[in-house]
Design a protein around this ligand. Sequence first.
Ligand SMILES: Nc1nc2c(ncn2[C@@H]2O[C@H](COP(=O)(O)OP(=O)(O)O)[C@@H](O)[C@H]2O)c(=O)[nH]1
Ligand SMILES: [Mg+2]
Length: 415
Amino acid sequence: MSDIVPPEVRPKPAVPAKPPNVGAASPSSPFSPPVPPSVVSTGPSVPPPSAIPVLIASHGPSHSNSHSASHSIGHGLGHSVGHGAAHPPAPSGGHTTHSSTAGSTLLGYIGIDTIIEQMRKKTMKTGFDFNIMVVGHSGLGKSTLVNTLFKSQVSRKSAGWPRDEKIPKTVEIKSVSHVIEEGGVKMKLTVVDTPGFGDQINNDNCWEPISKYINEQFEKFLKEEVNITRKKRIPDTRVHCCIYFISPTGHSLRQLDIEFMKRLSHSVNIIPVIAKSDTMTTEERQEFKQRVRKELEMGGIEFYPQKEFDDDMEDKSDNDKIRETMPFAVVGSDKEYQVNGKRVLGRKTAWGIVEVENPNHCEFAQLRDFLIRSHLQDLKEVTHNIHYETYRAKRLNENGGLHPISSHDTQESNL
Ligand SMILES: Nc1nc2c(ncn2[C@@H]2O[C@H](COP(=O)(O)OP(=O)(O)O)[C@@H](O)[C@H]2O)c(=O)[nH]1
Ligand SMILES: [Mg+2]
């Protein structure tokens, strides 16, 4: 599988990324080199600590990265790898004991560890897209949860978000986007809300419009990719994850739930959630979660994070913990109340307020952190490397590997 992974999408952060600008060096900041001059002068037999190749582990950028990045761009690699960076070549009065001539890299610092920093800079400039879809029976709180997501801490980061704006009632597949900016990184978050799924008397094939929408986005991307004059950055409308709402019956999954997840799990990352979990007691919730997990397993349904795509043991153990707590039992609300002097999103009942973002009350915050803080990049990678790749291979095969599409299908999208 690794041979189809484009290098630019690796490595992925397996742990919650810290705000990307933490410890970031300003392009002109004169950091001291990571190597004391005395170490450099001891000659090639004693490599300076920074010359030891840095393991690019599955972690995001760190403080030390930004230090050494600033250092290396000014030393030697600035001309080649650091091309385009707003950093001048070796500053005058800098550390000239450090070799910067091509071919003498054995003696000193190469700067491989700056790749992460370079990627970070590029991403900061271009920003990125993240697209979530919500699916489930009408009345399960999908639109409310979307509003909750935007109104919760996610949207508090979004400049100019009109707090009272709501998503209109859904009659067709509709998407709402907001650009969220944090630490200088821009993310265009789009949520695709789906209409009355499973509302008909005959629900055979009711997943079809959803499947069609997902494929249309793949098709759009493919069209752009095979264009002779390709855009430098293809706009990504592909659905990176599909939050599937399970009714809080306390009994078992419905046939339709199983059918939907089974059929769609090969084209999109499905994240099942238990809707309106405030309608269940804590025990009922735990029991129901356990039952749903069992039924999903028995039905052979691969929800995200899929076991087969765990990269390594660390990934597996992190994801195992998450899989054991899924499906997240969520509560949605777009109303704010005053609790202990703070304004919180919640549902007011006769016996108190259910606080949506309080982890003791429900798992909404856990879902949001999972989607954004820890697994966003992985969701995008699995979409690109697995789901899109499957679609692309199939599509190109159909066309004998030549021109991919001639139809106008993709124009039908509601986007
Ligand atoms: N008890 C409870 N009610 C909810 C929750 N989320 C939404 N609702 C209510 O359920 C109704 C339907 O919600 P809506 O978001 O329109 O559902 P959709 O059809 O799935 O989009 C509304 O009256 C909401 O206020 C929840 O988490 N708990
Ligand atoms: Mg709705």
